[in-house]
Design a protein around this ligand. Structure first.
Ligand SMILES: [Zn+2]
Length: 393
């Protein structure tokens, strides 16, 4: 089902330096040899012996680094200042949304993001599954994908809402409704049947009597969903902005917390104890991201990169990594979030996230040195995914 690896001669990439995500500092004068879809060798130019037929690509003035990971995308959404979310869900057909998503996938790849975890189609059914297949079969350019399909909410929790009460039963929702431990069990398995790699649950949402953000699933519902997902080998991501939503999700055994705007030091400590990753999505949501990021760092929680792209324009994904630095991470911590940490989160550390022999040749070159100035990530000169060059200097 995957396209054959690129045939032809090996490629020798010659940047000014390589940041391999293994060591902290970039290696001046290193080169990378790529054969087929994999990295064959990495090291100082004199020590990597390129075969006589190797094609050399010089990348002057650049740092070569692992392909970046977008850990929280919605390829089926576009920014709400273009079209409000309700109108995207209710007025844009699935065909229209998929056509846009093809462009979004290309823009993401060209921005240097060679892998995404797509966290919900928001009303576009299982279209993420087909999109992933089209990319894997080489039909369209795009990042590697892990997908969740429709995501899960409890009845009444989500949106679109505020229609006449007598019509509410017929208003399509942005995620699939489930109720009770048995209901959650059924919906998790049904989404797996339709192609979900991950399960996403909305731990809370703005559905209190006065529009306050309140928890959605009960602890019992969460527990059932996570245990069913885990027994199939899949991880669960929880959208959560309240401390109570986060707490329920973590106690149930989710792998990641998305947003976490109102997390407390106690809840981040619980996350650290249970090995739960934090995806702060600083590009969207609350003003206190710097505060909660500090709680998370102080507690020793692994920080992962995910922009909530969709609301953030696809192709602008690097703004999140830059935003992590604005909110208190060092450039190195932010780069690790978008490479090795995300790779671990996806359980793909044996495939992506570092420049090491044997991993996929997912590589990007940026002008300058992003370990010194994170803004370098917004000038991507070169993109390779699985040994195929998508962007040339
Ligand atoms: Zn999201």
């Amino acid at each position: 089902m995957t396209p054959p690896p690129p045939a032809g001669p090996p490629t020798l990439l010659v940047p000014d330096r390589v940041w391999d995500a293994v060591a902290d500092a970039p290696h001046d004068g290193w080169v990378v040899l790529v054969r087929g879809e994999r990295i064959e060798a990495v090291g100082p130019r004199g020590q990597v012996s390129a075969p006589a037929d190797a094609v050399t690509i010089t990348l002057p003035g650049t740092t070569l680094l692992p392909g970046l990971v977008e850990g929280h995308s919605h390829l089926l959404l576009h920014p709400y200042n273009e079209t409000p979310w309700d109108d995207q869900v209710l007025h844009e057909s699935e065909a229209l949304r998929v056509a846009r998503a093809v462009n979004h996938a290309r823009a993401t790849l060209m921005a240097g993001f060679t892998t995404v975890r797509d966290l919900g189609t928001e009303g576009a059914g299982y279209a993420d599954v087909g999109l992933k297949q089209a990319i894997n079969q080489g039909i369209i350019p795009g990042p590697r994908m892990q997908v969740v399909t429709r995501a899960i909410v409890v009845t009444g929790q989500y949106a679109p809402k505020n229609f006449a009460a007598e019509y509410m039963d017929d208003i399509p929702q942005g995620a699939e409704e489930a109720n009770g431990p048995e209901g959650f069990t059924r919906v998790v398995r049904d989404q797996i049947k339709h192609g979900a790699d991950w399960i996403k649950i909305y731990a809370d949402y703005r559905w209190g009597p006065n529009g306050e953000t309140m928890p959605g699933p009960t602890q019992e519902e969460f527990n059932a969903a996570v245990s069913v997902a885990k027994s199939s080998g899949r991880s669960v991501a929880a959208h959560a902005t309240t401390a109570e939503g986060m707490r329920r999700a973590v106690l149930a055994g989710v792998a990641t917390i998305e947003h976490g705007d109102n997390g407390t030091p106690e809840v981040f400590k619980l996350m650290a104890e249970r090995g739960v990753c934090y995806v702060p999505t600083v590009s969207v949501g609350g003003r206190n991201k710097a505060t909660v990021l500090k709680y998370a760092l102080d507690a020793g929680v692994m920080i992962c990169n995910g922009a909530d792209s969709g609301p953030l324009a696809h192709g602008d994904n690097a703004k999140e990594v830059e935003g992590l630095v604005t909110n208190g991470l060092t450039p190195l911590q932010a780069l690790r979030a978008a490479t090795v940490n995300d790779a671990k989160m996806l359980h793909w550390e044996d495939r992506i996230g570092a420049v090491k022999p044997g991993l996929f040749a997912d590589l990007v070159a940026v002008k300058g040195d992003p370990t010194k100035d994170i803004m370098a990530l917004s000038s991507v000169d070169f993109v390779m995914k699985g040994g195929t060059v998508y962007k040339k200097p």
